[in-house]
Design a protein around this ligand. Structure first.
Ligand code: FAD
Length: 367
């Protein structure tokens, strides 16, 4: 059996568990330097706020560098023949009606025989992916190219001509960069998805791999870092997510919504339900997202910008028309009580979000 996940929610649940165990998390904070002690051992990091430019030093007994395709910027590969090769993958997101079948579908792309997938996701349908060298500067947001659009549409035209799906039907696209380790520069899809752990005096770098192997990557990184943390307890193999107590029977919602809320928010599901009126326990039209989720993520998940909320806490920006523009009024009403934004700030957040969405996620420039 295969599995499905919202990758942003997976990361946020892991961060949530770390915080419950006493950890701290910072966003918009880039590590610019690994600090070392007089013996050359990693002793912390220098971080820079991506917006204010403010810098800070953080001390630590060891540092784990889990920065994906960017990992070699902080820790060059110790193996001269093996380097990160950023490979871009892009998806198109369509409304559910575009593919009138309930399950996922897959076919081999006629051009190169790579498997591509059409998958119902969060109420919409994602279709992809591509697998090509990402040659753009890694500090810029990755975007889909004309060539990738024509590749993806060619697959649909070949296998589903009767559906007459056009790029104009797509809600959005999104592109990501895979951290793939390459030795021989094979065709992108032939490169191994194995991960590596590099150790350099208290700096442990873990990169490569896949989402499906993230627990293995994390375990290997922890094993590698333990010798540098003599005060730490021995590693115990425990369940990553602490069990949530399913003791809410809420007649206002179906068991499916309850399951979604527990899966996406853990114990936070209770707060979502306690604070929500019945009208906010309904789906945002065309999606599996419940209105009340917005208020919870705005309050608890380090939301600095509207873009955080729309794209990376929930996925409304990807799975609705025009980046969810028509829903922003109601979202503002729901979230304004828990966000410290005045009217002027809301106006600039809405403008900046929609401008960024047009540049990074809209398919309109492609027709
Ligand atoms: C299109 C696509 C489809 C995929 N499909 C699948 C799939 O079906 N199944 C599967 O298992 N895997 C899939 N993957 C792979 C999976 O997404 C990656 O393996 C996974 O994201 C790697 O996680 P990571 O945390 O190591 O790196 P990333 O997810 O790349 O995260 C690294 C993070 O580090 C941050 N960062 C970079 N530099 C710094 C710095 N100096 N300081 C602080 N932070 C920094 C970056 O902003 C980023 O947020 C897919 C990937 C793509 C792109």
């Amino acid at each position: 059996r295969d599995a499905q996940v919202d990758d942003a929610r997976l990361v946020l649940r892991v961060i949530g568990e770390a915080k419950l165990s006493g950890g701290s998390a910072l966003n918009y904070a880039g590590v610019v330097k690994i600090n070392r002690d007089s013996h050359g051992y990693a002793a912390g990091v220098a971080i820079k706020d991506g917006e204010t430019g403010e810098t800070r030093e953080i001390q630590a007994g060891a540092v784990i560098n889990a920065t994906g395709s960017w990992a070699e910027k902080l820790h060059p590969s110790p193996d001269p023949g093996l380097h990160l090769r950023p490979l871009r993958g892009s998806h198109l997101v369509f409304p559910g009606w575009a593919f009138p079948f309930p399950d996922a579908a897959t076919f081999f792309h006629p051009r190169d025989r790579r498997p591509v997938f059409i998958i119902p996701w969060e109420g919409a349908v994602i279709y992809g992916t591509t697998d090509i060298d990402h040659k753009t500067d890694l500090s810029e947001e990755p975007v889909i190219s004309d060539e990738e659009i024509s590749y993806l549409m060619e697959g649909l035209d070949t296998f589903f001509p009767s559906l007459e799906i056009s790029i104009k039907d797509a809600f959005s696209f999104y592109a990501g960069v895979r951290p793939v380790l390459s030795r021989k520069h094979l065709a992108p899809s032939k490169e191994s998805r194995e991960h590596v752990v590099w150790i350099d005096k208290g700096l442990v770098t873990v990169t490569g791999g896949k989402l499906t192997t993230f627990m293995k990557l994390a375990g290997d990184a922890m094993k590698a870092v333990m010798p540098f943390l003599p005060q730490a307890n021995t590693l115990k193999k425990e369940s990553l997510f602490r069990p949530v107590s399913h003791d809410i029977a809420d007649e206002r919602i179906s068991p499916e919504i309850l399951r979604r809320l527990y899966g996406h928010y853990g114990e936070g599901a209770k707060e979502i339900l306690n604070n929500a009126g019945a009208e906010d326990l309904t789906f945002i039209p065309g999606t599996n997202t419940v209105w009340a989720e917005l208020r919870y993520v705005a309050e608890h998940e380090a939301t600095r910008h509207l873009e955080d909320l729309m794209m990376r806490r929930v996925r409304i920006g990807l799975i609705t028309q025009n980046g969810g523009k028509e829903h922003i009024g109601r979202i503002k009403k729901l979230c304004a009580p828990v966000l410290p934004w005045d009217e002027e700030k809301w106006d600039s957040e809405i403008k900046n979000y929609l401008d960024k969405w047009r540049r990074s996620n809209s398919v309109h420039p492609f027709f």
